[in-house]
Design a binder for this molecule. Structure first.
Ligand code: PBG
Length: 303
């Protein structure tokens, strides 16, 4: 009998849920047992300082450290939280088939039915900027914490509504509380939103081969294009950048946007091409966006 593979995961409900989903799928497809190993990351311990530590990248680095230390065999991350700069010691062995990529409003009514001045919680500049285009008259409140805590602020009445990723809500089984799912045209998702990345050490060829069982090539092409836009804009997960690509496995359609936080100005562009050129497509689209002032809009965020 072979020993179970050790899947390192943060202990939050979202992290353990998505790790378990990948573990079960891997076992179903390969027959290999997987055991979850819960780790407390530095980011979990010093939540208060998360911005200073560099956002969600802390969680990723900590789990990568466990891989390098040989404590776990692989890890599952929300792809949208992964920095675009690769770490050559780590292989992205698989990208799972994307769940719902869209953003969702949790609250009593749809966005259009909220009263003027209603308090809507979201910590994401991308979401705030796009929400301001749809409803300039609402009050957007920055929030932090895991999805449960955020939803709790609506239940308690502290906020009128919040916006979160539909995929994350489904993974923690809170999608029943969704009042509205935004179409990607009205709210472009974060690059990679809804997809999971499976990582292991780059020198473990047999393991990479095994983990490939849960890889989804069409999703990989789509997120390659989206993340390529982000990389070329030299932006990270906290930037007001939305990007979404989809296709039939052959042709890919990509749309990306950079929105000023005031929601008043934005640059938005689309492109199509063969899936095999996903990375170039993203890079060229970003260059065209920069030519229209995208980097000026992003630069304003810093002030
Ligand atoms: N930055 C936090 C984060 N990372 C991934 C998800 C949702 C799940 C996903 O996109 O795969 C979330 C929460 C959210 O944005 O609502």
């Amino acid at each position: 009998m072979t020993v179970p593979l050790r899947l390192g995961t943060r202990k939050s409900l979202m992290a353990t849920s998505q790790s378990q989903i990948v573990a079960d799928r891997l076992t179903a497809l390969t027959g290999r047992e997987v055991e979850l190993v819960g780790v407390t990351t530095f980011g979990d311990v010093s939540r208060a300082h998360l911005t200073q530590l560099g956002g969600t990248g802390v969680f990723v680095n900590d789990l990568r450290g466990r891989l390098l230390a040989g404590e776990v065999d692989f890890a599952v991350h929300s792809l949208k939280d992964l920095p675009t700069k690769p770490d050559e010691r780590i292989a992205m062995a698989a990208i799972t088939r994307r769940d719902d990529p869209r953003d969702a409003l949790v609250g009593p009514v749809k966005l259009r039915d909220l009263p003027a001045g209603a308090r809507v919680g979201t910590g994401s500049p991308r979401r705030v900027a796009q929400l301001r285009l749809l409803r300039p008259d609402l009050d957007y409140v920055p929030i932090r914490g895991n999805a449960d805590t955020r939803i709790g602020k609506v239940t308690s009445g502290e906020l009128d509504a919040i916006v979160l990723a539909a995929a994350g809500l489904a993974r923690i089984r809170r999608d029943g509380e969704i009042a509205q799912v935004f179409e990607v045209d009205e709210m472009l998702p974060a690059p990679g939103q809804g997809a999971l990345a499976v990582e292991c050490l780059a020198d473990r060829d047999d393991l990479i081969e095994l983990l490939r069982a849960v890889d989804d090539p069409p999703t990989r092409a789509a997120v390659d294009a989206e993340r390529s836009v982000l990389a070329a804009l030299e932006a990270g997960c906290a930037a007001p950048v939305g990007a979404f690509a989809s296709g039939d496995g052959h042709i890919l359609n990509l749309t990306a946007t950079v929105v000023a936080v005031d929601g008043a100005r934005s640059v938005r562009k689309s492109a199509s091409g063969p899936s095999t050129t996903a990375v170039e497509m993203g890079r060229e689209l970003a260059a065209a966006m920069i030519a229209e002032g995208a980097d000026t809009l992003m630069g304003e965020q810093a002030h």
